[in-house]
Design a protein. Structure first.
Length: 746
DNA sequence: AATGCAACTTAGGACGGATGTG
DNA sequence: CACATCCGTCCTAAGTTGCATT
């Protein structure tokens, strides 16, 4: 795919290919294809873009009155009907206020984990233990005990962990009024997490695992590619790389010159300078491509049983690598498979596209494991690990150097469902919640500094503002051998256009070469500051020349302990979800509530610019839906005439095929009409959402930005089954959030 | 202060099985 | 039942951040 061509949801589904003007990177190919067939429809379906109407409220500058408003209501990229209601309410939330005052009176401990509720958890966990088909060999109760004792011991024999002050903040949680049927603790396994945050501390006391599994060796297939029309003999090594290229025939990668050049370069090294094959252009890989397609087809044609058997075989081989035992608890390992060799598939215009990513061998791999644990046997006979370490200050189980960029490491970590990951996830959200208490002052401070005499200060202020308001990423410097993308600190002059009287038009490639395109009305001082930062510079110069991420983060740390740029994204995402859910959830059935949730989720995804490419079949799908609706409208018309006739005692007209229809009573016809109308309406809604979400990825925010406790609590309050929102993986990942109080607010 | 290294989180796309639909 | 679409899972790239070194 060509990520850079996606139209940005930040703007609206309407942003057309030609809107993305600048940048040589823009290849309109996929974009125009995707939208061409649909141009007319999408115009009707999607909301109009207007240059962001950041209304009155934000012109009055950000003052503390507005502080707990969700970003989405402070920043209106698209006017939305239902949002009109939001302004008078002014974001005051009784529940939240209670929270805030409570928090400000009690100094928030780093991890306000509630020991009180931990007790509850154990009880409920035990209760549910039976129905949990957790394939652990340790029971939950055992695990709880184990963790408890481990904690004690590790506290005893390691540097004092911050086990202290768990009391104060947890007191509030003792009033546990559980609503009927709203207990999700069946998903919370041992919620008993190590009680402390431990940055710079031991991450585990004991660690046992079986290392990593390597991909099978290459199987020589002997299918001959053609060179100038003639079959060529290749050694297995040469053939392997040729095959990697051949099978990518219908990806967009091979269209890219960089990809082909890099591939050729690396392949030629294997062929040798004097090989018959002298240039890529004269190569015909189709025999290999066809062979591969055929193999794939064969695999697909296997019987259900055979497939299952194959799967089980694989599972059996991998079983031992799937688990680690961390402090006596069996935990899933995340990525225990070593990455197979292949051609590098970078995103966007990555300079290393197509380079051969060589095979990783045991001698590349460093293992990290408990001192007393048996060292994993090297799975390839005759070879051995590069190194074995016993470092409990880190969480990785293994790593090797990335063959594409030797300086980088590829790590093997535990899976997101592990309590190690869960704990840091929780800490992440607690930090973001802490920002709530500081955000007012922070906003006041940067607003003040928009006009600071000190240029560096001004840049920090504006950058912080953009990170807060637009949820931009920090933006580290990048090397020349990476794709040319930017974040806040690395914005170029040409990425921002000042549009009078006080709007800014952003257009740049961010992470994963996803385009960020957005026009926003900003405070006048910001507008002026940007113009001043741009003065006398060229398009490619840094907008913030006195700033980088470490300066920025150092500054943020002075405003709140542990504050960094990315916390703003988490904070704004989660508070937006919390606010929208609580504002917009009405009485109604589950499906209506799910619509509200999805809407909130979408708002967050738009704020964070989480995009996806429009599926190849999107256009076709839409036309199909249109057709269906058209058909239904036809029947509706027919039914209406029939109703008219029936009322006059006449028989229905013949249908389109000239067939006779049954005589129906007017009542029956009315019923049918109502049903059809309903069906049409439902389809129209479906179509609108589909179109609306065609470029928006909801999953990323759900997985990484939205405090799961907001969702869990909301589900409890509104009796929505959690499984409607979290799939199995997410339920596992968020086990730590399951027994949150139903009145939890972010 | 700049640079480099290390460790960890966040990200979109591919793929294949599950589920819905006619 | 056949097909399309949906959805979860896997994969691994691409970020952020903290800290040590120069």
């Amino acid at each position: 795919m060509v990520p850079s061509t996606k139209s940005s949801p930040v703007k609206s589904p309407l942003s057309s290919p030609e809107a993305s003007t600048s940048s040589a990177r823009t290849s309109p190919v996929s974009n125009s294809k995707a939208s061409a067939s649909l141009e007319g429809q999408s115009e009707q379906l999607s909301e109009q873009i207007k240059p962001a109407t950041v209304e009155e409220e934000s012109k009055t500058s950000i003052d503390s009155e507005e502080d707990d408003k969700p970003l989405s209501s402070r920043l209106r990229m698209k006017p939305k009907p239902q949002k009109k209601t939001s302004s008078p309410v002014s974001g005051k939330r009784p529940l939240d206020e209670a929270n805030v005052s409570e928090q400000s009176s009690v100094k928030r401990p780093k991890v306000p984990d509630s020991s009180a509720s931990a007790k509850n958890k154990q009880v409920s966990a035990k209760k549910e233990a039976k129905e949990e088909e957790d394939d652990d060999f340790i029971t939950i109760a055992d695990r709880a005990k184990k963790v408890m004792s481990d904690n004690k011991s590790s506290v005893a024999l390691t540097k004092p962990k911050k086990v202290t002050k768990m009391g104060s903040s947890s007191i509030k949680k003792t009033i546990k009024k559980d609503k009927k049927g709203s207990n999700f603790s069946k998903y919370s396994k041992s919620t008993n997490m190590a009680p402390s945050s431990n940055d710079g501390q031991e991450k585990w006391a004991t660690l046992v695992h079986n290392g990593v599994i390597f991909p099978p060796p290459y199987k020589h297939h002997g299918v001959k590619m053609l060179y100038n029309g003639k079959p060529v003999n290749l050694t297995p090594e040469q053939e392997e790389v040729a095959t990697m290229y051949a099978v990518m025939k219908d990806t967009e990668y091979v269209q890219k010159k960089t990809f082909r050049n890099n591939f050729w370069n690396d392949w030629q090294k294997l062929l040798g300078k004097r090989h018959v094959i002298q240039k890529l252009d004269a190569c015909d890989f189709t025999p290999i491509y066809d062979w591969y397609q055929n193999e794939k087809e064969k695999k697909k044609q296997l019987s259900k049983e055979d497939k299952k058997a194959l799967q089980e075989e694989k599972l059996k081989q991998e079983e031992k690598y799937m688990w680690a035992i961390v402090d006596g608890v069996k935990e899933k390992v995340g990525n225990f498979r070593v990455e197979p060799p292949g051609l590098f598939r970078g995103r966007g215009e990555h300079p290393k596209l197509g380079k051969l990513k060589r095979r990783i061998r045991p001698s590349d791999v460093t293992i990290n494991i408990g001192k007393d644990a048996p060292i994993p046997e090297c799975p390839i006979p005759g070879e051995s690990w590069k190194e074995v370490r016993h470092d409990n200050m880190v969480t990785w189980l293994a790593f090797w150097n990335d063959p594409i960029n030797q300086k980088l490491f590829k790590y093997v970590f535990l899976s997101p469902s592990s309590s190690l990951k869960g704990q840091s996830d929780k800490e992440k959200y607690e930090k973001a919640r802490m920002l709530k208490d500081y955000i007012g002052n922070i906003r006041a401070a940067y607003t003040r500094d928009f006009t600071s005499k000190d240029g560096a200060k001004r840049q920090i202020a504006v950058a912080t503002y953009l990170i807060d308001k637009l949820a931009l990423r920090a933006g580290n410097e990048k090397e020349d051998d990476e794709a040319d993308t930017v974040g806040c600190c690395t914005l170029k002059v040409e990425n921002v256009k000042a549009i009078g009287p006080n709007s800014l038009e952003f257009n740049f490639l961010g992470k994963d070469s996803i385009r960020y395109e957005n026009t926003v009305e900003v405070e006048v001082p910001v507008y002026k500051a940007i113009i001043q930062f741009q003065a006398g510079k060229r398009g490619n110069d840094d907008l913030f020349d006195k700033l980088d991420t470490s300066k920025l983060n150092a500054h943020l740390k002075e405003l709140m302990p542990g504050l960094t740029a990315k916390v703003f994204r988490t904070y704004n995402a989660s508070i937006t979800l919390d606010n929208i859910l609580n504002k917009e959830t009405k009485e109604g059935d589950v499906s209506e509530k799910l619509v509200v949730y999805q809407h909130a989720n979408k708002e967050v995804a738009i704020i964070c610019n989480h995009q996806r490419t429009v599926s190849k079949s999107h256009g076709a799908q839409m036309s199909k839906l249109m057709e269906k609706i058209g058909g239904l409208q036809g029947t509706l018309k027919e039914l209406k005439t029939d109703l008219d006739r029936a009322r006059k005692g006449k028989p229905p007209l013949e249908d389109a095929n000239g067939k006779r229809k049954r005589n129906l009573t007017p009542e029956a016809l009315e019923k049918k009409i109502a049903k059809t109308t309903e069906k049409i309406e439902k389809m129209e809604v479906d179509m609108r959402t589909k179109e609306d979400l065609k470029t928006v990825a909801l999953g990323t925010s759900k997985t990484n930005y939205l405090d799961p406790r907001i969702t869990v609590a909301w589900c409890k309050r509104h009796e929505v089954p959690l499984e409607k929102i979290f799939n199995k993986s997410l339920l596992e990942k968020f086990a730590w959030a399951m027994d949150v109080d139903f009145d939890f607010r972010f």
